[in-house]
Design a protein around this ligand. Structure first.
Ligand code: B16
Ligand code: MG
Length: 219
């Protein structure tokens, strides 16, 4: 491969919004008398809003109609919104800005590839709304991760070949999406969980351009 572009997942890679998703889902689960732990929340990472709700309802064998599901998903999002609407640039995870600037200086394109429909608000709160060459998110993508659509859309928007892209992902579903797209993938998180990634680090602060080139043997 020649490194043309890097695609960043949002929740769990650039910012720790997983905590806010957890608190909002937990509040909804409590209202429905469903037990919901941090471990349960792991299965929702990278998964779309409606699919996340389905997972929670299925865990309690709860069958409800689509209109009620839509109301529950909207309610969860209103609670989530209260958290993200208060975010500040201080919440950008360590190493993110250094890596983004490193890549930009080297002429490598950067994109965002997220399942979240709240991406525009989160980027605005972080001051990153103009940082990316392309943004593919839950507002324009139809098929959720592990479908590769989000990453293929990002590559197409940047005009680069999928095989010349590296994806940074914290979710198993996201790693599968990147690999199905034919891209290289760095897992951000635990090496016990993200075993399918090509390489795993605990955070973007453990990476720089020199190391990326070395990992993938790019001259
Ligand atoms: P929203 P990512 C994903 O974002 C989250 O990991 C996942 O927990 C969430 O359900 C999904 O976005 C949808 O988010 O409700 O804001 O549309 O990791 O793909 O950046
Ligand atoms: Mg994520």
């Amino acid at each position: 491969m020649s490194l043309e572009a890097c695609i960043f997942d949002l929740d769990g890679v650039l910012v720790d919004t997983a905590r806010y998703h957890f608190l909002a889902w937990k509040r909804l689960a409590a209202q429905l008398n469903i037990k919901f732990t941090e471990e349960d929340n792991e299965h929702l990472k990278g998964v779309s809003r409606m699919d996340s709700l389905e997972i929670i309802l299925n865990s309690a064998n709860l069958k409800i109609d689509q209109k009620t599901k839509d109301e529950y998903a909207d309610q969860k999002n209103r609670w989530y919104f209260e958290y993200i609407n208060r975010m500040t640039p201080d919440e950008i995870l360590p190493g993110s800005l250094d890596l983004i600037n490193d890549l930009k200086k080297a002429g490598i394109k950067i994109a965002l590839g997220s399942a979240s429909r709240n991406t525009p608000l989160i980027l605005e709160r972080l001051g990153l709304e103009n940082a990316f060459d392309a943004i593919a998110d839950g507002n324009i993508v139809l098929k959720a991760k592990p479908d590769p659509e989000v990453f293929l859309t990002a590559a197409r928007m940047m005009g680069v070949n999928p095989e010349d892209c590296i994806v940074f992902e914290d979710a198993i579903a996201g790693i599968r999406a990147a690999k199905t797209a034919g891209m290289m993938c760095i897992g951000i998180g635990s090496d016990q969980v993200l075993t399918e990634a090509h390489y795993i680090v605990t955070g973007l602060d453990k990476l720089d351009l020199k190391l990326l080139l070395k990992i993938f043997n790019i001259k």
